[in-house]
Design a protein around this ligand. Structure first.
Ligand code: AMP
Ligand code: ZN
Length: 466
């Protein structure tokens, strides 16, 4: 399997540090608002990378953080007159809801910066001890020139950077001995959250968060570090400098970056205001369509969002789901598979290999989707009511399995109607009366899986949608 590594600008054979295991870190969002569909792109593409690695049999330790201390969060908290944690907790919960709607799997760990300050302080202390950082009036800076490989990811030359920085003076950073140095710890300002540190009350810089959380949950050296391409510089360049200077060993072996989601060929971003939130899109489309749309392009290519492309994605997805539905409706004949069916299954197997080959080539999801379309076409032509039940089942299983690698859900969950819910609740009450608690629990669980939560109250059973 080959991965395009931003560090070497080449597709490289993927060899994990530990056989059968992958340690993967994906930079997550700053939580001060609903995520927009640009933020959803790395979530969807790297979730798909993870799913494919799991499909290949790797155990993936997938870590993705929430940046929950930041100027933008503090600003919003001040506007609302609440504590910054109220804002960050609210939007962590909302972001998780969006991720679930996009069928993005929960990470193995979702660390939050504010819960990891102690580890960051330890790292900063080590960097000072090793001569890579210095403190001035409560601010700690990383001494960029002390790290000889600085610029290796973004391919920037440190002297060019220096020339670009010479005239720029940032207020509050007068203590820097070199304009290239960046902040590891900043002193507290009135009305801002702060933590105690050896350099005074304050809070960490953004870059050190990821260096520390990656180290804590995955170890000093990891396999894959990923994020949007805007993070290559300075965020990931600075992460490398901090981690490698602190730990004295390589940080991540493969650096993966997704291209931008654009609108009218301009990067979608909060600051430009040219964005749609995942919530807004979810009101117009099934969010599976958004996921499918994102995967129809290569993750490193820019992708332009438009209603036409979403409609095309919707129609394509519908073709797959309709074929699956038809297969489900076929009972088939109870008999052994005949020779022709065996042959068609071999053809289906060939399409599975085609899917795998596409994904093995730096996660070419567009070609992988083409392979799924071919599977669907084969099913439409070859499977009917005269097919053996086993033949139909094999097609259903295979298409379902490969859709699942892409994170596409093929079993349509019909929304439960109020009448159905009431009927099930009545059945549960009857079961309880008859002391058939197993059945009662089963119904509660069944409803829960369909998003209905039951509450036994003094006035009887109440239900709500999760
Ligand atoms: P932020 O909250 O801005 O730090 O972004 C969280 C993640 O979303 C990062 O990996 C960004 O690179 C990514 N991102 C932000 N905007 C876009 C966009 N328009 N297209 C693709 N990725 C984006
Ligand atoms: Zn990061």
């Amino acid at each position: 399997m080959k991965i395009y590594n931003t560090l070497t600008r080449k597709k490289e054979e993927f060899i994990p540090l530990e056989e059968g295991k992958v340690r993967m870190y994906v930079c997550g969002p700053t939580v001060y608002n609903y995520i927009h569909i640009g933020n959803a792109r790395p979530m969807i593409v790297f979730d798909t990378v993870r799913r494919y690695l799991e499909h290949k049999g790797y155990a993936v330790n997938y870590v993705s953080n929430f940046t929950d201390v930041d100027d933008k969060i503090i600003k919003k908290a001040n506007e609302e007159g609440v504590d910054p944690s109220v804002i960050s907790e609210r939007f962590i919960a909302e972001t998780k809801k969006d991720m679930e709607s996009l069928n993005v799997k929960e990470a193995t760990h979702h660390p939050q910066a504010t819960q990891e300050i102690g580890g960051m302080i330890d790292m900063i202390r080590t960097l000072i001890d090793k001569g890579h950082a210095y403190a001035v009036d409560g601010t700690v800076y990383f001494k960029t020139r002390s790290f000889k490989d600085y610029g290796k990811l973004s391919k920037k030359n440190i002297d060019d950077l220096e020339a670009g920085h010479r005239d720029i003076k940032v207020t509050g950073e007068e203590g820097k001995s070199d304009p290239l140095d960046f902040v590891l710890w900043k002193p507290k300002k009135e009305g801002e959250p702060f933590w105690k540190s050896p350099w005074g009350d304050g809070r960490p810089g953004w870059h050190i968060e990821c260096s520390e959380m990656s180290k804590k949950y995955l170890g000093e050296e990891i396999d894959i570090h990923a994020g949007g391409e805007d993070l290559i510089f300075p965020h990931h360049e600075n992460e490398i400098a901090q981690s490698e200077a602190c730990n004295g060993r390589p940080f991540a072996r493969y650096w993966m970056h997704n291209g931008f989601l654009n609108i009218d060929h301009v990067k979608m971003s909060k600051s430009l205001g040219n964005f749609f939130t995942v919530r807004e899109i979810g009101e117009k489309y099934d969010l599976q369509v958004l996921r499918f749309f994102m995967l129809s392009a290569h993750y490193r290519s820019p992708l332009n969002f438009s209603a036409e492309l979403m409609t095309a994605a919707k129609n394509s997805l519908e073709r797959i789901l309709t074929a699956v539905d038809r297969l489900r409706g076929l009972e088939g004949v109870s008999r052994a598979m005949d020779a022709q069916e065996q042959e068609q299954l071999a053809a289906l197997d060939g399409l599975c290999r085609k899917f795998d080959r596409a994904m093995d080539d730096d996660f070419n999801t567009a070609d992988a989707i083409s392979a799924v379309f071919e599977m669907v076409k084969l099913a439409n032509v070859q499977a009917d009511q005269n097919s053996s039940a086993e033949f139909i089942r094999k097609f259903l299983e295979t298409i379902g399995e490969y859709c699942d690698v892409l994170g596409i859900i093929t079993d349509k969950k019909e929304e439960l109607l109020e009448d159905d819910i009431e009927a099930l609740i009545e059945e549960r009450q009857a079961a309880r009366k008859a002391k058939n608690f197993a059945r009662a629990d089963e119904i509660r669980q069944q409803l829960l899986e369909r998003g209905i939560i039951l509450e036994d109250t003094r006035e009887g059973v109440k239900w709500k949608r999760a």
